[in-house]
Write a protein that binds this ligand. Structure first.
Ligand code: URA
Length: 241
């Protein structure tokens, strides 16, 4: 990749700012000052420094994907399209993976990275990362159901869930629309919680995970890099990026 493009992508500033840094002799490649902004570089193989600071910590990628239905949250699959297939070939990296999983028929916020540590830090069981979902249900979510969610639903088989936050946006005998925030990531958790109330999820979308919120401008099936502010939020949340 071109040096100026790489530094811009790594958020050292606009293309103009980056060119100024290079012309100001602030950038070295393998120990040698470079004035060639169009020089082709590989941040994985070369030692690139800006103002004496190695940029390797900035070379991981972090993508926000607005996952569509019909795509599996896996790195590879013999027959189904995966979330990695939605990443433009030039933006794929060795080791790129989805942090946590959404079911094939769930859409919404999914974080992808090639930083192997991050997944562990963000989704380890005792980390209690709040995940908010917009859920459509095929029946009335009653006050009694809401009380169960708030107390902690007991799934079929006796598995106890932690208390969840629920806000009912609309509820009729045939359909309800709720926001649900859970702190855990049990397999098919939202669907099983709703099932424990005798109803079925008909539509599920993840809106947030920890400090990250789905960018509504991101069309379904598209992705973008996390912004500097989003990376900072992850750091404040206790996740090393
Ligand atoms: N809970 C579910 O049931 N499915 C998802 O995809 C995410 C949470």
């Amino acid at each position: 990749m071109r040096l100026d493009k790489l530094l811009e992508e790594l958020q050292f500033g606009s293309r103009k700012t980056v060119k100024r840094l290079i012309r100001g002799k602030q950038v070295t490649v393998d120990g040698i000052v470079t004035l060639n902004e169009s020089q082709n570089v590989d941040a994985q193989l070369q030692m690139i420094k800006v103002k004496g600071q190695l940029i390797s910590h900035k070379t991981h990628v972090y993508y926000m994907l607005n996952k569509p239905k019909g795509v599996v949250s896996a790195v590879s699959d013999a027959s189904k399209k995966t979330v990695i297939d939605l990443i433009a070939p030039q933006d794929r990296r060795p080791g790129l993976y989805p942090v946590g999983r959404l079911d094939g028929d769930t859409e919404g916020l999914l974080l992808l990275t090639d930083n192997g540590q991050l997944g562990y830090q963000l989704i380890r069981p005792n980390k209690e990362v709040a995940k908010c979902y917009e859920v459509k249900v095929n029946g009335l979510v009653s006050a009694e159901d809401c009380a169960k969610f708030k107390d902690g639903i007991v799934l079929q088989g006796g598995i106890q869930c932690k208390p969840a936050k629920i806000t009912v946006l609309a509820a009729t005998e045939t359909e309800s629309h709720v926001f649900l925030t859970i702190q855990e990531g049990k397999f098919h958790q939202v669907k099983r919680m709703v099932q424990a109330c005798g109803k079925k999820v008909t539509d599920l979308e993840r809106l947030s995970m920890g400090p990250l919120t789905l960018d509504r401008k991101l069309e379904i099936g598209t992705f973008r890099r996390l912004t500097k502010e989003e990376l900072e939020k992850l750091t404040i949340f206790g996740v090393e990026v």
